[in-house]
Every structure is written in C-alpha cells, then in structure tokens.
Design a protein around this ligand. Structure first.
Ligand code: SF4
Length: 390
C-alpha cells in the first residue's frame, strides 16, 4: 500500500498545538523506531492520539465497520508447550483432554456452514505429539470439500513450527502441503508479544519471535495470507508493544501478506501467570491503556495493515466497542464454538451478527459483514432501538 496520507487541517493544527514530535510524524505515516513508538504511547495527548487514529480508521475503511460470520473449531486441547498464560491446554492423561476426529470436525463445519452461512472456518489446536502428519493434511482436504468458497483459516505459526520439529519436515514444505490441500490463510496466534524479553518469560517453550516472523514470511511468499495477533495486558511494557508493532511493520514492508492485526487482551482467569508477582505488580491497567494500544497500533501500521481488530471475545463487548471509536475497524467474528479464551474466562460468551452490527452502528460505523479478505457484504438484519430511528 502506498497511499498518500494527508491529514486534515484541523488534525494538523491539533497536533501542532500539543507539540509532540512523534505524533507529528505518525499522522503522516512516517516510520517510527521502537523508542519513538514507546514515546508516542506514553506521552502523546490521549485525545489527540485517539482522534487521529479514529480519523484514519474511518477514512481508510470508508466508514465500513465489520465482522465475519465464522466458526471456531479446535481439533485437540492436548498441548505439551504449557504456556503460563494458557487455560486451554490439557495433559494427555487429563480426563478433559480430547482429539477430535476429522469426520467430527467436518460434520460440525458442514452443519454450521449450511445453517448459519459462515464464510470462514478458523481451526487451531494444541501441540499434540501423537497426531500424525497426515491428520493435518486430511483435515484441510476434508474441510475444503465442504465448499470451494469457505475460507480455511487454519493453524498458527507455532503449530507449523511444532509439526516441523515433530516430523523433521521444513516449515516451508508443511505450508506448501497445507496450501495444496486447500489452506487459505494462516491464523495469527502463536505469539503474544514479538519480543524475546517477554516471550521467554511467559512462553519459553514456544517458537521465538524471529521464527514466528520467518514462518509468516514463508507463508506470504507462498501466497498464503496471514493475520497477526498481539496479546497484551500481562507483563509487557509499552516498549515491548512498540517492538511488536515495529517488527510487524518491517515484515509487511519486506514480504506483504498480513490481513489484520488482532488485539487480544489477556484474560488471567486461574492461569499460572496471573499468580506471579510480576503480573500482580502490573495488573491495574484498565481501559485507557487498552485504547492507547488500539490508537498506537493504527498509527504505526498506517499504510501497512488496514485492519485493526478489537477481538470482542478477549476484550469483552464493552471495551471492544469503545475500541471502535479509537482506531479499530473490526470486531472479529461471531466465533461460534470459541474455546481458547473461554477456557480462561470460565464461561462462554456468544454473539450474533445482529448484535455485532448493533455494536458497530452505535459506534458510528456502517455495519458490514465481511469475508476473511475484507470483501464487504451488506448486513441482513440489525438490532434497532427506538432512539436510533429518530
Ligand atoms: S497457548 Fe498454545 S502452545 Fe501455549 S499451551 Fe496453550 S495451546 Fe499450547
């Protein structure tokens, strides 16, 4: 993307009045180094920062706010990686552990595809060493057989890396094999913050930030688009967030292919990380912190990633809707069947296309249903309250 970024006069004047040199660079889409992003995050005036982010979000997206009707399925919750923030995984001996058969997953997907008209199926799972290589390939093939139009968003870079280690096959070959069977898009999970300082503390057995970026680069070069998440709200500091955003921007410049940045707030639940003194010393960071993350993400990625997703499952509906007024343009999906975040929360939240449309509309967006690639479709129904018609 190389669109010319010309901020309106009123925004230029506002920024000038607040004399923040990094904000001054950001509104023209200039590249900021991590210390500059850190400064933007910590010091820029909240209102000017978020106004600028919101202005660009609406301008770039032409006021189209969106969500996708999708199904989430996990094929196994057995995972040997034991990340400290994760409430989803189980040991193989646990009575709660499972591996779903390919037929079961295909039948769930087919049923939801026919009844709910989903446009995307999102499939991820734990690092389970007992799953054979052919399982992954056949799972993609069977899901592809449901419809050529259903977008298969499957596997994180972490899963690809784990499969590579488990079977001694290169990550590039795995991606090629999956693409050949029908994989469209790589899921954005697999990292939390792309900074060794954080990853080594919260997920030391996971792939490194460098490996994560290398696998996404390979995917992009093979024509597999991908998403990237940022899980924040645990032990990170703004400089770690700055490095994360900087690295995404650099990779997108080198090997374009990211569709969206998905912002995921950490849900502590009963996870081991939530009981550590380090987390406890940082836990009192509420809404303003989140909204600064949304705004800074939008401004740092201007001209690189157009879609900033306020992942309602992790943020909660209220905060996700507020994010739509501070730089985010999308709410993620309906996530029929979501389990990973719900495991930490200890409860399942559901939503409908009507509710997501309502959330968008009341945050001053024109609601659209979208597909994975952000092709837009008019929404069929939305909730309407009497005052909205006045
Ligand atoms: S976050 Fe992923 S890799 Fe880590 S324990 Fe949970 S399922 Fe396993």
């Amino acid at each position: 993307m190389n669109r010319e970024l010309i901020p309106p006069r009123w925004l230029e004047k506002l920024v000038l009045r607040h004399e923040h040199s990094k904000l001054d660079k950001a509104i023209y889409g200039e590249k900021l180094e991590p210390p500059e992003i850190d400064s933007l995050f910590r010091e820029a005036d909240f209102h000017v920062l978020t106004l600028a982010a919101d202005y660009y979000a609406r301008k770039i997206k032409n006021n189209r706010g969106s969500f996708v009707v999708n199904l989430y399925v996990s094929y196994t919750n057995i995972c040997t990686t034991s990340c400290s923030f994760c409430a989803f995984y189980e040991q193989p001996t646990s009575p709660r552990s499972y591996v779903r058969s390919i037929d079961e997953i295909t039948s769930i997907a087919r049923n939801v595809y026919e009844k709910k008209g989903i446009r995307e199926i999102h499939v991820v799972g734990g690092n389970n060493p007992s799953i054979p290589y052919d399982y992954y390939l056949e799972l993609v093939s069977k899901l592809r057989s449901i419809s050529p139009n259903l977008v298969l968003k499957m596997f994180t870079a972490e899963e690809v890396w784990f499969i590579s280690k488990n079977f001694g096959i290169s990550t590039e070959k795995i991606l090629e094999d999956l693409k050949e069977r029908g994989l469209n898009v790589l899921s954005g999970g697999g990292t939390e913050i792309l900074d060794d300082e954080i990853q080594l503390k919260i997920a030391p057995k996971k792939l490194s930030p460098q490996e994560y970026l290398r696998i996404h680069e390979e995917a992009h070069k093979l024509g597999i688009k991908s998403n990237v998440i940022m899980m924040y709200g645990h032990i990170e500091e703004p400089i770690n967030i700055a490095r994360h955003l900087y690295r995404i921007r650099m990779l997108e410049e080198k090997a374009p292919g990211f569709i969206s940045l998905v912002l995921v707030r950490y849900n502590p639940g009963q996870t081991p990380l939530s009981k550590t003194p380090l987390y406890r010393s940082k836990q009192y960071r509420y809404g303003v912190y989140d909204l600064r993350i949304v705004a800074v993400s939008r401004l740092v990625l201007l001209n690189y990633i157009d879609n900033i997703v306020a992942y309602w499952v992790a943020m909660g509906k209220k905060l996700a809707q507020a994010a739509l007024e501070h730089g985010a343009n999308d709410l993620g999906g309906t996530f029929y069947n979501e389990t990973v975040i719900s495991s930490a929360k200890g409860s399942r939240e559901y939503t409908t296309p009507e509710e997501l449309s309502f959330m968008l509309r009341t945050a001053r967006w024109i609601p659209y249903e979208r597909d994975t690639y952000y092709n837009y479709f008019p929404v069929k129904k939305t909730i309407s309250l009497p005052w909205m018609e006045q």
